[in-house]
Ligand binder design. Sequence first.
Ligand code: PFF
Length: 457
Amino acid sequence: MSKRISIHGQWSSRLMFVLAATGSAVGLGNVWKFPYMTGDNGGGAFILVYLLCLALVGIPIMMGEVLIGRRGRQCPVNSLQTLSIEAGASRAWGWLGWAGMLAGLIILSYYSVIAGWTLAYLMRMVAGAFERVTAEGASSIFTQLVTDPERLLAWHTIFMVMTIKVVSRGVGNGLEKAARILMPCLFLLLLIVLVYAARTGDFSQAYAYLFDSDFSSLTLSGVLSAMGHAFFSLSLGLGVMLMYGSYLPQGVSIARTSVLVGLLDLVVALLVGLAIFSLMFANDLAAGEGPGLIFQTLPIAFGQLPGGMLFGALFFLLLVFAAWTSSIALIEPLVAWLVENREIDRIRAAIWSGIVAWLLGIVTILSFSSWSFSFNFAGVLKRHGLFDVLDIAISSIILPLGGLGMALFVGWVLPRESVLDELGGSARIGFKIWYFIIRFITPAAMLLIFLRAIGVL
Ligand code: PFF
């Protein structure tokens, strides 16, 4: 079969794909969620389980998604449809792409609100608002921000405009350019913050906290969170990696590249964790603080340390960059679908998609004030109403189900020769192991998580 090309263009090199895919993977999940989840679930033990999830489920599925994308060379819906028709299977596989596109839009809607918080915090750090702040002071700054819908809406709007701006410029001038500029800056900022944390913070305690395993505090729900987080962190199950794979030049090794992206994502999460916990422990702050960790607790640490405002500002800038390169990935499948199927130009497609996500974001904004309600989930009290409902539904149900769909598609629908051809053509032992994992192990693991998440197991 002659190889297709994408109408949207392609990455100019393997490195650009690595930067863009890592940009999508490294986001609020690494900096905001991973540290507090590790803190809540027993440190090193959680990390060990997370590593297993990456190796057995995350990276194999990433390879599968990238492979479908490069084979189909279109948005997720169209790639899945085209490939299933060619394989003599049902067109209904396109629904997997639809579900992912919708989930991407929902994630973007709340992602942008939280990214708005980070913009607000960046400004506050620059203005020195946390200088010598007390715990009560930091918590009141946070509460004032999240219970002020108008201010949240303003930051959410700014972030959404930033996202639309990049995506409307297309693959080469938009997505690739953002990755080329923002990712090296992000790595540099991470290095600076890390050196600062190592010099002013308690590095050895942070190291011990992250890498000493305490299996007694690891629960089943911790294991499930690790799995859900592996999906979220690697941007899997929604077709985003599929989309990025559709821009991948022929001839680039999907296996090696996916492993590299997975490792980079992990390394960033661990280094951020080391930096954050070093600063916290040096100031005798508790680690298991939940989602407020970087917004309520970490600023106290920055406020006490020499040069804290400057390095705090750099930290939040890092977070803004990380969120930005992820949000453009979240919206890209829908934009590409609109361009392919509705024949509107990219600029309009980006604006319309952005407006829908922006409107949905209002649900999250109000979840922190007038619409807030509490509920119990897996023994944990959730206090932010619909925002928590969306987050849980996406990470624990939709993404794993999407991952299951992708694994089944690659393992059972696509002909083995196509899969082999896309992966470089030789059925060596590595291929056989991966193929076995994607056909049997990953689907079984996904099914278990799903059954557990809906309470059947
Ligand atoms: N991987 C991103 C993070 O860890 O913050 C979140 C994300 C981005 C999820 C893009 C899904 C996605 F398609």
